[in-house]
Design a protein around this ligand. Structure first.
Ligand code: NAP
Length: 293
């Protein structure tokens, strides 16, 4: 990924992604493609930061006047204590994936939620008053839950393998809307599929290279016009989505969420709306080259 005719200069503003490990991150490709296309004087690099070095790293980026950065595993929760303020969505989700440096004041945001919701709107699906079922209840599910609660779903059902763990998560969100937890092999969960308008996979089951995996779903029980969304972005079409499509459901994959969270962060840093389609293309090309296709 080059910078076209542009060079990194003394004036170039710095952005990056902080995580550990970080070499696998797709964000530098996504963001530098958008920077190049927008013709703005920024550069986005990877920032390898081991867990115990987080405090020093944030102080360093603050001292070096970085414009902002993304935050990924393992720092999404811990970084909140190092910032000057955290916006309300990120506070409720309990994780920050984007930091913006406004004249030395470090503000934390969570753009995963925006990234998840955008493709639903593009598909013409309004969650208001709908029944949403989410498979899995880990880190990514938190942004999905908050996005749907904020959009006023009627109820969220978490279908999981470990209800005790998911119940603790559900309790954190209970003040904001109705949320129940069911074991995904229980009869009650199968019955619930019949009234589900939106089914979302937030587990890693089916992610490359374990492409044969998928969460347990009885497609014959799922409401006929339910929209099926997998937040996994590699492969492009998971087994979960292929089977959903074979059963006549409209589908959404995780590409839009990934590009969308990046685009929202880009706008927070630069004030410019990036070319989302270009970001998705850059992402797809990078994933294909990594898988040797
Ligand atoms: P995570 O925090 O580890 O949570 C994973 C969830 O899936 C947990 O509820 C976990 O259950 C469940 N799970 C994991 N392995 C399982 C298995 N073998 N059988 C049954 N359940 C299993 O992971 P995450 O950060 O939420 O990420 C989950 C997926 O979302 C990954 O594939 C990731 O690539 C994708 N993702 C996509 C985007 C995007 O922008 N498109 C953003 C973030 C994440 P337990 O709690 O019982 O372990």
């Amino acid at each position: 990924m080059g910078r076209g005719e542009a060079m990194i200069k003394g004036t170039t503003k710095n952005l990056g992604v902080m995580g550990w490990p970080i070499a696998h991150s797709l964000s530098p490709v996504l963001q530098n493609a958008a920077i190049e296309e927008a013709g703005i004087d920024y550069v986005y690099i990877s920032l390898p930061v081991p867990t115990e070095k987080l405090k020093e790293a944030v102080a360093g980026l603050r001292a070096m006047q970085f414009t902002g950065w993304n935050v990924t595993i393992p720092h999404k929760q811990a970084i909140m204590a190092e910032l000057d303020a955290v916006d309300e969505d990120a506070r409720i989700i309990g994780a920050v994936n984007t930091v913006v440096n406004r004249d030395g004041h470090l503000m934390g945001y969570n753009t995963d939620c925006i990234g998840f919701m955008q493709p639903l709107a593009q598909q013409g699906f309004s969650p208001k008053g709908k029944e949403a079922t989410i498979l899995g209840a880990g880190g990514a599910a938190r942004a999905v839950i908050w996005g749907l609660l904020r959009a006023k779903v009627r109820r969220i059902t978490l279908g999981v393998r470990n209800p005790a763990k998911a119940t603790r998560l559900a309790e954190e969100f209970a003040a904001y809307g109705e949320i129940q937890v069911l074991h995904w092999e229980d009869g009650a969960f199968l019955d619930h599929l019949a009234m589900t308008d939106l089914l979302v996979n937030t587990t890693p089951l089916g992610m490359y290279p374990h492409v044969e995996g998928m969460p347990p779903v009885d497609w014959t029980k799922l409401k006929k016009d339910a929209l099926v969304y997998d937040i996994i972005y590699t492969p492009e079409r998971t087994r979960f989505l292929s089977e959903a499509q074979e059963h006549g459901h409209a589908i959404i994959n995780g590409e839009g969420m990934l590009a969308g969270q990046g685009a929202a962060a880009f706008t927070l840093w630069t004030g410019v709306a990036p070319d989302l389609a270009l970001m998705k293309r850059a992402l797809r090309e990078e994933l294909a080259s990594r898988q040797g296709k």
